[in-house]
Design a protein around this ligand. Sequence first.
Ligand code: 5GP
Length: 178
Amino acid sequence: MKTVTYQNKTFTLFLEEAKIQAKIAEIAQKINQDYAGKSPLVVPILNGSFLFAADLVRHLTVDPEIHFVSISSYGDALSSSGKVNIFHDLQVEIQGRDIILVEDIVDTGLTCQHYMEHLRKSAPASVRLTTLLFKPETFKGNYQPDYIGFEIPPEFVIGYGMDIAQQARELRDIYHLK
Ligand code: 5GP
């Protein structure tokens, strides 16, 4: 089994590039159906979602506007701190707009919940969330993601945008810590 080592930890191959890419095409198809005739604001949450967002938007036919935000709850730790910082917020008017937040992974869901509540104060028409990975067993949020790539067990994963101490984001496949 293919493995990689970071921070003295050995990670095992979990989701291969081809499987990830096929799932992203499926998510995009649903978004294209649901937002036909609309021009949603697609809002990737940096840093982890940059690859997912880049691959997702290239399948979209709904004429999206793309704006990045930077929020974080983990720091360099391996589990959620529950503390959310907004480093870079949206710089556009969102009143009456349809927003699709793009996350790499929803674990407790608290990061997204905090940011969705912040956005809703500006009266967007709608706010939905897509995430490539979802950990249902650790989810504690009020808003379930609307478009989910893969439901996964509560294990720490890296690759395809997701880091360990800022490393491993460039990996094409996703690895988990067993
Ligand atoms: P939540 O607030 O849902 O608990 O955490 C969301 C954020 O925590 C994600 O955007 C991601 O940055 C980070 N995170 C959660 N689980 C993992 C994981 O298994 N691996 C990595 N690298 N980051 C994770």
